[in-house]
Design a protein around this ligand. Structure first.
Ligand SMILES: NC(=O)C1=CN([C@@H]2O[C@H](COP(=O)(O)OP(=O)(O)OC[C@H]3O[C@@H](n4cnc5c(N)ncnc54)[C@H](OP(=O)(O)O)[C@@H]3O)[C@@H](O)[C@H]2O)C=CC1
Ligand SMILES: O=C1OC[C@@H](O)[C@H](O)[C@H]1O
Length: 399
């Protein structure tokens, strides 16, 4: 009962965050959002409300009525729209950071344009369609002295950090295998969603699989050495033919990877798990499980841990086994110094780190250029192994 009340309180505050007064000592950082994207409120607008040094200043959407309605709903003072709206936003001298939640296939073009205009960029995952684009964006950001972060928000939350710390502590011995899953029941992603559009960088491995690849690499601290096997269920768009480009979209993918030191890994992702017996709803499958020589640790709900998560540690002791369950809503809870409140979402933790970086403070956690490039490289290798091939390469060239 107490934990149910805790869950309700935590989530009420997460979605109704306390409003911070803007800092007087440190000028707030102004964000501009490209597109009235569905993810923007939870990923940036709400987190900014409780951060004294961050504010959402502008939004641009292609359609004027949509842009205005979005701005009004979220109290965003500056609105851009029309065919030049995105460009006008990236050139607005008041904007310090461009948040890029456009479809994956537009990440490269608009991140490059934002960097060219001298803006820092908070870029939605996965970074781009290809590793080559990812490398180019990060190199350009470095050259311009700008901050570019791939928004793998879950990495900033204490929960996944705690799992990694348990693995690294050696308490369970050497890692033998790891599996990571992010799969949602059918019916959530509707036909017409950007995730089902090949030209826009769609596909389950891009959308959900990018997290599973990331978690495997992050928790083990190593990149795969090969993709042993990978299979996909194809998505069939209504009225599509086998030769249409969207026939290269995976609705779900499973891959087996080899990692150094004989560690094996399995990733599973799905944009729509089939119903049991064709009618009974299935639950989302959201977990990371690490098997070690002396036991195992798993986390349920690594991507939305503030809602609820559990970290289960099973340790072999003699002929028996000891089990404990941990929670890590704050860093202090797992015995580490660091900012945060129980109700902070993964996105709020991410914003804290991003603002710290811009303000010259050391962020609690960060995701490096090399990490983002490697993640995209291994996503490509999985796609190659499935036979669907990597997502389309960019046609945009920065003038
Ligand atoms: N961090 C996270 O937890 C999540 C991240 N994401 C990522 O965020 C990005 C956006 O996802 P999501 O918010 O679900 O997507 P939406 O479809 O809601 O938003 C995408 C936005 O892109 C703009 N856009 C520009 N050109 C096109 C085009 N040709 N076709 C469609 N849209 C276009 C639209 O802006 P306009 O308003 O101008 O029409 C739209 O608002 C993706 O990269 C996704 O991977 C998504 C969900 C969760
Ligand atoms: O980033 C994401 O996280 C949650 C998923 O449901 C979503 O499709 C994806 O884009």
């Amino acid at each position: 009962m107490a934990s149910l009340i805790g869950l309700l309180k935590r989530n009420y505050k997460a979605f109704n965050p306390p409003i911070a007064s803007p800092s007087v000592a440190s000028k707030p950082i102004k964000f501009g959002i490209l597109g009235a994207a569905r993810i923007a409120p939870i990923a940036l607008i709400d987190p900014c409300k409780s951060h004294p040094e961050a504010e959402v200043y502008a939004v641009a959407a292609r359609d004027q009525a949509k842009a205005e309605a979005f701005a009004k709903k979220h109290s965003i003072p500056k609105v851009y729209s029309g065919s030049n709206g995105y460009q006008a936003l990236v050139e607005d001298p008041e904007v310090d950071v461009v948040y890029n939640p456009l479809p994956n296939g537009l990440h490269y073009e608009w991140t490059m344009k934002a960097l060219a205009a001298g803006k820092h960029v908070l870029l939605e995952k996965p970074s781009a369609d290809t590793a080559d684009e990812t490398r180019r964006m990060f190199e350009y950001a470095e050259q311009k002295g700008l901050v570019l972060l791939e928004a793998f928000h879950y990495r900033f939350h204490p929960a996944i950090q705690r799992v990694k710390a348990i693995v690294e502590s050696g308490e369970l011995g050497a890692v033998k295998s790891i599996s990571a899953s992010l799969a949602v029941p059918g019916g959530i992603m509707k036909d017409g969603d950007i995730r089902y559009n090949y030209a826009l960088g769609g596909g389950a491995m891009m959308d959900m699989g990018c997290y599973t690849m990331n978690a495997i690499r992050f928790v083990t601290g190593s990149d795969p050495t090969s993709v042993i096997s990978a299979t996909s269920d194809k998505y069939t768009a209504p009225g599509s033919t086998p030769s249409s480009p969207d026939s290269l979209i995976d609705k779900g993918t499973t891959a087996h990877l080899a990692l150094p030191n004989d560690v094996s890994a399995t990733l599973m992702c799905s944009l729509g798990l089939p119903a049991w017996l064709g009618i009974l709803p299935v639950l989302p499958r959201v977990f990371v499980k690490v098997q070690c020589e002396g036991g195992e640790v798993d986390i349920f709900n690594q991507v939305g841990p503030w809602v609820y998560h559990s970290i289960t540690v099973k340790k072999r002791e003699g002929s028996g086994r000891k089990q404990r369950v941990e929670k890590a809503y704050t860093f202090k809870e797992s015995g580490v110094d660091g900012n945060g409140e129980e109700w902070w979402t993964t996105y709020r933790y991410q914003l804290e780190a991003f603002v710290d970086k811009l303000k010259g403070r050391k962020p609690q956690h960060w995701i490096t250029k090399e990490d983002s490039i490697a993640n995209m490289e291994w996503i490509e290798r999985v796609y190659e192994k499935t036979g669907l091939g990597i997502r389309p390469r960019y046609s945009f060239v920065l003038s």
